[in-house]
Design a binder for this molecule. Structure first.
Ligand SMILES: C[S@@+](CC[C@H](N)C(=O)[O-])C[C@H]1O[C@@H](n2cnc3c(N)ncnc32)[C@H](O)[C@@H]1O
Length: 296
């Protein structure tokens, strides 16, 4: 949704922009191009490989682009360390990138054989496998229900942990196989392991907690008139964004919700990139009012 994002954030010259989820840099590059010749983009990603690739891809922008290995949930400390006190716009394009999904060694895909990893930041924290090794059945059931909206969460949690204890789950394919066998006739239209992989990824990366932090911290930096644009890919994320924006929107002196209804990708974009079909964009604007650090 690059065009919609550009339309929403309206990048201008001499601005400072935050891309909280660099990925393959499509959004960051679009902002850099739209705000030539002197705006700055600070780009964050939890994935160190994404940061390396970003540095190479956007090298031609020189000092106008800063890639930082870190999470948008740490926006406050990251921007402070860059001596940035206010920004002219910010974007979050949530979830995982195609690069991550298509790399077997990252363990995000049930279609590709790989280690059961699933970490955005594969330099720290628990892999999905080590996460499963210490989780209780009740907690796993809760995760499958909440983050995967899995109807059969109770039985599936037990089946997964039994298989794990027998040593039958080590790789992505092992997990996909265990879930598929359990689902048997319960199969729906999507691959039976889709919800399980989604739920585990969200839990392992603390995605909902990080989103809540990001939605708390990023708006604090918006100049009057600047916008935060968030693209979500599932209803849980979108709900959290909607509620957060709505709550801010009750303070009309300070915030304006630009999208009472979310924006969706054009049919052309969905044709070109089927993964975009579930994308939903919401935009919040800081109205003229006290900025961060000023007295209310
Ligand atoms: C959908 S991709 C972004 C795609 C990007 N807009 C582009 O144009 O290529 C999401 C990226 O966000 C990163 N990510 C997920 N959670 C994050 C967080 N809390 N902080 C920073 N990056 C995060 C992932 O590692 C992934 O690279």
């Amino acid at each position: 949704m690059v065009q919609e994002m550009l339309h929403a954030t309206q990048p201008r010259t001499a601005g400072v922009y935050l891309d909280g989820t660099l990925g393959a840099c499509g959004y960051a590059e679009a902002i850099l191009n739209a705000s030539c010749p002197d705006s700055i983009v600070v780009g964050l990603d939890l994935d160190p490989q994404a940061i390396c690739r970003a540095q190479k891809r956007l090298d031609k922008y020189g000092d106008r682009f800063r890639a930082i290995h870190g999470g948008f949930h740490h926006t406050r400390s990251i921007l402070e360390a860059q001596s940035i006190t206010a920004i002219d716009g910010a974007v979050l394009d949530l979830g995982l990138s195609s690069d991550q999904l298509e790399s077997p060694e990252r363990g995000f895909s049930f279609r590709l054989q790989g280690p059961l990893d699933m970490r955005f930041d594969n330099t720290s924290g628990d892999t999905a496998l080590s996460y499963l090794e210490v989780i209780s059945t009740n907690k796993l059931e809760e995760i499958l229900a909440t983050y995967g909206q899995e109807r059969y969460c109770k039985k599936l949690a037990r089946v997964m942990l039994d298989a794990l204890n027998r040593g039958d789950i080590v790789t992505t394919n092992d997990l996909a196989q265990v879930v598929s066998s359990f689902m048997g006739k319960r199969r729906g239209r999507i691959h039976p392991a889709t919800r399980t992989f989604q739920a585990l990824r969200i839990a392992v990366n603390r995605e909902m907690e990080n989103l809540a932090e990001g939605l708390e911290q990023i708006p604090e930096f918006l100049q009057p008139g600047a916008r935060l644009c968030v693209v979500s890919y599932h209803s849980l994320e979108d709900r959290q964004v909607k509620i957060s924006f709505r709550q801010r929107g009750t303070d009309r002196e300070r915030w304006k919700v630009i999208t009472p209804r979310p924006l969706r990708p054009s049919p052309g974009e969905v044709r070109e990139n089927p993964r975009a079909r579930s994308a939903v964009m919401r935009v919040l604007e800081a109205s003229a009012g006290p900025m961060r650090g000023e007295a209310l």
